[in-house]
Design a protein around this ligand. Structure first.
Ligand SMILES: *Cc1c(COP(=O)(O)O)cnc(C)c1O
Length: 434
């Protein structure tokens, strides 16, 4: 299998090369040259999750140096459950309505879906480094507004041959997030950048373009521009579709809380490969770039607006390029996907309503998706994607439901850990001072 750039002006590469490079040399994003059909076994409802992930991922690594390691990588990276749970209609709802399920992607070590991509990518890169015996370690940069950095740091910590630099906005993360970003040592270094998330992202991009740095370092990226973050996400959507199909009935709509559109692209790839999914519907917050684009046909990127669902505060989604590559024609894109915006008041109302009506606790991101489902996908079966554990957003969720939500044990263990980071200006010289 070969991968090509969305900008189409550089040579096709194999999976390993795409994962190490992150961004394609022409500034585009790597996408599969063609999407393989899922093997029948990958849709067997009884298939165990890590094994299904391997079956879905295998064609992408056919002929690649990582192919022989895929079984071990999947077994190690995906060692936590991916449940598809019923969402009860609740007291006010009719119990004979179409089935609604929640795909819970928050049972990994940092309690958000980014654990899947981060753990898979770290293990792929580690094996490539071991096999390639390069003279210098791979230095991976990740810019984060909060969730990504914690997942990537946890996944890369103490992985041989890999160095990680995490860039986060000095005043833009919650106290709990700050601990998750800075409680590391050894091969993981954290930088609090004086500025916002956009400054962090700009700094990382500037590093990739800098010829002097390229001479000193082998640089890679762990943001969702990296193909290695997206591919495993296609696997869990195939998993959800297979589990849902065991119940019979129509294909479910898939409602995805969306920011940089990594999950939305992964879902589109899974469906194009044959996963039985209906319409893929993106739920966004007040950052309306995507729904506005679908409505007007005009792509207008803009600065991110802060909302309660802060992991989706994105005004210029990086994976838009992959989505448009898959559906270059606007009318085809409109047929394939939908996108709707949800404001903070509706997010709050949905968190409270789902708890009192169904006894289900959503985080603000999942709540945005549930809101969109109720408004735009209520007449058919649906899967709502829950991207983070509600305890990660306790300052929003706890007052709405009137109770304390226990942290998952993996995050509890980090609380109070010693932290260690450097404060820098958004300046390459300071980031690479040592
Ligand atoms: C990153 C993130 C999102 C946005 O996902 P994309 O794949 O970038 O669209 C949604 N919810 C949570 C909790 C996240 O951490």
């Amino acid at each position: 299998m070969r991968f090509v750039s969305t900008r189409g002006t550089c040579p096709a590469v194999g999976a390993s090369e795409a994962l190490v490079a992150g961004l394609a040399p022409d500034g585009g994003l790597y996408v599969p040259e063609c999407l393989p059909a899922l093997p029948a076994a990958a849709l067997d409802p009884g298939m165990a999750w890590p094994e299904r992930a391997r079956l879905v991922l295998e064609p992408f690594f056919a002929g690649d140096g990582l192919e022989p390691f895929l079984h071990g990588i999947c077994a190690e990276a995906f060692d936590f459950p991916v449940p598809l749970v019923p969402l009860p209609a609740g007291a006010a709802g009719k119990d004979d309505g179409p089935p609604v399920r929640v795909l819970e992607l928050f049972h990994g070590p940092t309690a958000a879906f980014k654990d899947f991509g981060a753990r898979f990518l770290a293990r792929c890169l580690e094996r490539l480094e071991r096999a390639g015996r390069p003279d210098r370690p791979l230095t991976v940069l990740v810019a984060t507004s909060g969730d990504t950095g914690g997942a990537v740091a946890a996944a890369f910590h103490r992985r041989p041959g890999l160095e990680l630099r995490v860039l986060f906005p000095e005043n833009g993360v919650s106290p709990r997030q700050r601990v998750q970003l800075t409680c590391w040592d050894g091969n993981v270094r954290s930088y609090a950048v004086r500025g916002g998330f956009d400054d962090c992202q700009r700094l990382a991009k500037a590093a990739f373009r800098d010829p002097a740095l390229a001479a000193r370092f082998r640089l890679g990226s762990a943001n969702s521009i990296n193909l290695g973050r997206i591919l495993p996400q296609a696997a869990y959507f195939a998993h959800a579709a297979a589990l849902f199909s065991a119940e019979g009935g129509a294909r479910p709509a898939l409602v995805v809380p969306s920011g940089n559109l990594g999950n939305a692209v992964a879902a589109c790839w899974a469906r194009a490969m044959g996963a039985p999914l209906g319409r893929i519907v993106m739920a966004v917050n007040a950052n309306r770039t995507v729904p506005d684009f679908l409505e007007t046909g005009e792509y207008r990127p803009r600065p991110g607006i802060p909302t309660l669902a802060n992991a989706m505060d994105v005004g210029d989604p990086s994976n838009m390029e992959r989505l448009r590559n898959l559906y270059p024609d606007l009318s085809a894109l409109r047929e394939a996907v939908g996108a709707y915006s949800v404001d903070d008041a509706s997010i709050r109302e949905t968190i409270a309503g789902a708890w009192s009506g169904s006894g289900y606790l959503f985080c603000p991101h999942g709540a945005a998706a549930e809101r969109v489902r109720r408004l735009h996908c209520a007449d058919g079966p649906a899967i709502v994607v829950a991207t983070a554990h509600p305890a990660k957003f306790e300052t929003v969720v706890e007052p709405l439901v009137g109770m304390t939500i226990p942290l998952p044990p993996s995050l509890e263990a980090l609380a109070g850990a010693p932290t260690n980071y450097t404060v820098i200006d958004p300046d390459l010289g300071q980031l690479f001072a040592d």
